[in-house]
Design a protein around this ligand. Structure first.
Ligand SMILES: Nc1ncnc2c1ncn2[C@@H]1O[C@H](COP(=O)(O)OP(=O)(O)O)[C@@H](O)[C@H]1O
Ligand SMILES: [Mg+2]
Length: 288
């Protein structure tokens, strides 16, 4: 049984002439254990799709089954309960409460669940250690870097042991090092058995996914399986230059570009020369 099954799901906003179609008869099935990257231009419906799947919002038309249960017509209280028990959210803006320490932010969802103080704190501490922030438990959000704040948010998303993690542009506010750290955490969570959906504008981050879904105008345009560690094929085609493996990440952008330029300029037989030149360039850069 699929974890997520959307059948002809549409989401409309507004009325009459002002109606906008955020989701246009989307069909999507996601199995337990997948790690899906969602890409697509701004306004293509990525967040709406995440909100519908995450039970924050209800589709206007169509059916949604979560773990075999029809959830598309549930009222807000029932959706809230399912969300609490099954789904962890991570947002671009971290959404931490500024007046609570890291450990209290992580423990907060357990308070709503009626878990005792000792158990709450213990669980929150364990999770902060898991995301590498055991020594920042009593820091306030403003005392943390962006990457650390997002790691706290990830710990909080995990506190109810959710089956499904939904991250809407989790690295949207982070520099490339913090982005990688956050994606590595999400990847670890995926490897321990969670299903993870994340929205990204960065094709490079599709390396962490087992599948990439591309949206356009509220519909799914491409949907491809990818190998962990590799950039999605379509994602690669929209990138300026990207290597196929993670080897020599820092140099790769440059070398691939050089390679591409040589291939453009030279007929096939000269490929070898291009590659040799590429290596020389790399060495020069390393030597710098
Ligand atoms: N609450 C809302 N009210 C009206 N229109 C909305 C609302 N949320 C999203 N939309 C519209 O739905 C479309 C998809 O938005 P969204 O899902 O946020 O796209 P993305 O996350 O891919 O940028 C856009 O045209 C947006 O303007
Ligand atoms: Mg969005």
């Amino acid at each position: 049984m699929a974890l997520i099954e959307l059948k002809d799901v549409s989401k409309l906003y507004g009325f009459g002439d002002a109606t906008s179609v955020a989701l246009d008869e989307v069909n999507l099935t996601i199995e337990q254990g997948e790690c899906v990257a969602i890409m697509g231009p701004s306004g293509s419906g990525k967040s709406t799709l995440m909100n519908v799947i995450g039970l924050l919002d209800r589709p206007t038309h169509g059916n949604y089954h979560l773990s075999g249960k029809r959830v598309s017509r549930l009222g807000s209280n029932q959706r809230a309960r399912l969300r609490r028990d099954k789904i962890g959210f991570i947002f671009q803006s971290f959404n931490l409460l500024p007046r609570l320490t890291a450990v209290d932010n992580v423990a907060l969802p357990l308070l709503y669940k009626g878990v005792s103080f000792t158990k709450r704190v213990k669980k929150a501490w364990d999770l902060l250690e898991r995301v590498g922030l055991g020594d920042r438990a009593y820091y306030y959000p403003r005392q943390l870097s962006g990457g650390q704040a997002q790691s706290v948010a990830i710990a909080r998303a995990l506190v109810n042991d959710p089956q499904l993690i939904i991250a809407d542009e989790p690295t949207g506010n982070l520099d490339s090092n913090s982005s990688r750290l956050v994606m590595e955490l999400l990847s670890e969570i995926h490897k321990t058995g969670n299903t993870v959906l994340f929205v990204t504008h960065n094709p490079e981050l599709t390396r962490f996914a087992t599948r990439v879904v591309y949206m356009q105008d509220g519909a799914i345009k491409y949907d491809e399986q990818t190998k962990l560690g590799e950039v999605g094929r379509y994602a690669r085609s929209v990138m300026y230059a990207v290597p196929e493996t993670t080897e020599e990440d820092d140099l790769a952008g440059v070398s691939v570009l050089i390679n591409a330029l040589h291939q453009q300029a030279a007929p096939k037989a000269k490929k070898k020369t291009a590659r040799a030149k590429k290596t020389t360039t790399k060495r020069k850069r390393v030597a710098k």
